[in-house]
Ligand binder design. Structure first.
Ligand code: ZN
Length: 133
């Protein structure tokens, strides 16, 4: 079995542009900035040697990200691991008793399919799975 591959670290931010500047000062470059209407957010991807930092700013007040920021403030929001067959992986995890936020994958950016696992089942860490398009 292949080792799990970290695709990105999701970070909740209030102001995408201001946060991008913080990471630019740390030596990061912006690969892309996209709206993700299905999640009520806009995101910036900043690649690392391996994987990326994903800065996520809510644009819809009723989005899960807006609620997260209200409750916890800015900071690390989720870890995303790449999978090759997200539907099969969700089936396998559900059968193993892992609580899923998304039983059916949703559309992320750049043609990816994504799904979140419930932090109750993963030691308090919100985990996203992503299948690249
Ligand atoms: Zn993510």
């Amino acid at each position: 079995m292949n080792k799990p591959k970290l695709d990105h670290i999701g970070i909740a931010v209030e102001d995408l542009e201001a946060s991008i500047e913080v990471y630019r000062n740390l030596g990061f470059e912006v690969e892309s900035v996209d709206d993700v209407p299905g999640f009520g957010v806009k995101v910036a991807f900043l690649p690392m040697e391996s994987g990326s930092v994903e800065l996520v700013q809510p644009v819809a007040d009723d989005s899960a990200m807006a609620k997260f920021l209200e409750k916890k403030g800015e900071g690390i929001h989720h870890l995303c691991f790449e999978v090759y067959d997200i539907r099969a992986e969700l089936k396998r995890l559900e059968a193993a008793g892992v609580q899923l936020v998304d039983k059916v994958p949703r559309h992320g950016v750049h043609g990816t399919l994504v799904a979140f696992l419930h932090p109750k089942s993963t030691g308090g860490v919100l985990i996203e799975l992503a299948q690249k398009g």
